[in-house]
Design a protein around this ligand. Structure first.
Ligand code: UT7
Length: 329
C-alpha cells in the first residue's frame, strides 16, 4: 500500500465587511499612512463589528462555504482543530462551539494555541490523524478576532492586526499529494516580547488589570521583528533543503502576513521570485491564525495539481515553522 498523505481537498475563508484603513487609524493614534505602508506593507484591515460576534462566527462562514464547495455535510467531519489566539471564551474550546454551530455532531475537537504559527502547527497536527489512518476528514481552522485584544490607543500594535478566518479540509491521499514534511519550533524564552499580561492563571482578571490595559496584546515590535525575519526564513529554507527542493521547484511560497519586510526576507532567503510569493497583507494586515488559510483561499484558483507549496510562519511564544505540501487538486 502507498503511504497515506494528508491532502487539502477544500479551502475557504471569511473576512468581515468593515474596512479599517490607515487613514482612519490616523484619526485614532499618532501615525500616518506613509509610515504604516513603508514599515509594514499594510493599507487596510478588516474588523468584526457587531454585538455578540466572536471568532467562531467568522469560522461558521468559512466552514459552511468549505463544506458546500466539497459537497459534504457537517456530520461527516471527524475532528476539528481550531487554531486561535482569540477563542470565544477561555473555555470551552472554540472548536466545540464551532462544531455545535455548524452541526458537526460526529466530530471531536480542540483548540490549538501557537499564536501566529498556530495554523502551521494545526495543519501538521491534523495531518498526523490522517496519515495514521485514525481519521479521514479533519477540519483545520485558523482564525482570530484580533480586534478583541488590541488597544486602539497603542500605535505599536493597532496598525498591524486585523480580523479574519480560513479553513481547510484534510483527507487521505495515496497518490503522493498533500502534506509532505514539516519543521516546527518553539522557544518559550521569547514570551516576554509578545504576550498578553493578564487574564491567565498567573494574573487573573481584576479591576487593576483592566485599568492597566493588561488584557491587550503586548508586543516589543523591534525584538520580535529581529527573530521573525531570520527564523521564518531559516525554517522555510530548511524544509526545502531537506526535501531537495530548489527555488525553481516551488510554485508558491505562502508566508504568514505579519510584515511585508519579513515576507520579503523569506522570499530572498529561499530564492523564490516575487511573482510566486503570496501576499495579501495590504488588504487584511496580520490576522494571526487566519493569514495562511486566507492566502490559500484567495489563490486557490491559481494552484495546479502537483504544485509544490512552502508555508512558513513566525509568532508569539516564540513559535515558528514551515510545511512543504503538494497541492492535490
Ligand atoms: O505576527 C506575529 C509576530 N509579529 C511580528 O512579526 C511583528 C514584527 N515587528 C514589526 O513588524 C515591526 O517591529 C513593527 C511594524 C511593529 C514596528 O516597526 P519598526 O520598524 O520596528 O519600528 P520601531 O518600533 O523601531 O519604531 C521606529 C520609529 C520610532 O520612532 P523613533 O524612536 O525612531 O523616533 C517609533 O516611535 O517609528 C515610531 N513608530 C511609529 N510612527 C508612526 C512606531 N509605531 C509607529 C506608528 N506610526 N504606528
Amino acid at each position: 500500500m502507498n503511504k497515506i498523505h494528508a491532502a487539502i481537498t477544500a479551502v475557504n475563508g471569511y473576512v468581515p465587511d468593515y474596512v479599517l484603513t490607515n487613514h482612519e487609524l490616523e484619526t485614532m493614534v499618532e501615525t500616518n499612512d506613509e509610515w504604516i505602508t513603508t514599515r509594514t506593507g499594510i493599507k487596510e484591515r478588516r474588523i468584526l463589528k457587531g454585538e455578540g460576534l466572536a471568532t467562531s462566527d467568522m469560522a461558521v462562514h468559512a466552514v459552511e462555504g468549505l463544506l458546500k464547495k466539497r459537497g459534504i455535510s457537517a456530520d461527516e467531519i471527524e475532528l476539528i482543530i481550531f487554531c486561535t489566539t482569540t477563542p470565544d471564551m477561555p473555555f470551552p474550546a472554540t472548536a466545540n462551539i464551532l462544531g455545535d454551530k455548524i452541526g458537526a455532531k460526529n466530530a471531536w475537537g480542540f483548540d490549538l494555541q501557537a499564536a501566529c504559527s498556530g495554523f502551521i502547527f494545526g495543519l501538521a497536527t491534523g495531518a498526523q490523524f490522517i496519515e495514521s489512518g485514525k481519521h479521514s476528514k479533519v477540519l483545520v481552522v485558523g482564525g482570530d478576532k484580533m480586534s478583541s485584544i488590541i488597544n486602539y490607543k497603542d500605535r505599536a500594535t493597532c496598525i498591524i492586526f486585523g480580523d479574519g478566518c480560513g479553513a481547510v479540509l484534510l483527507e487521505p491521499n495515496e497518490e503522493g499529494y498533500g502534506v509532505i514534511d514539516s519543521v516546527l519550533k518553539s522557544d518559550g524564552a521569547g514570551r516576554s516580547f509578545l504576550h498578553m499580561k493578564a487574564g491567565g492563571s498567573l494574573k487573573p482578571a481584576s479591576h487593576e488589570t483592566v485599568d492597566a490595559g493588561e488584557h491587550f496584546a503586548y508586543q516589543e515590535g523591534q525584538a520580535v521583528f529581529k527573530f521573525a525575519v531570520t527564523n521564518m526564513a531559516d525554517v522555510a529554507a530548511e524544509v526545502m533543503e531537506r526535501n531537495n527542493l530548489e527555488s525553481e521547484d516551488i510554485a508558491w511560497l505562502v508566508p504568514h502576513q505579519a510584515n511585508k519586510r519579513i515576507i520579503d526576507a523569506t522570499a530572498n532567503r529561499t530564492g523564490v521570485s516575487a511573482d510566486k510569493v503570496i501576499v495579501n497583507i495590504e488588504r487584511y494586515g496580520n490576522t494571526t491564525n487566519g493569514t495562511i488559510p486566507l492566502c490559500l483561499w484567495e489563490w486557490e484558483s491559481k494552484f495546479n495539481k502537483g504544485d509544490n507549496l512552502i508555508l512558513a510562519a513566525f509568532g508569539g511564544g516564540f513559535t515558528w515553522g514551515s510545511i512543504y505540501l503538494k497541492w492535490a487538486y
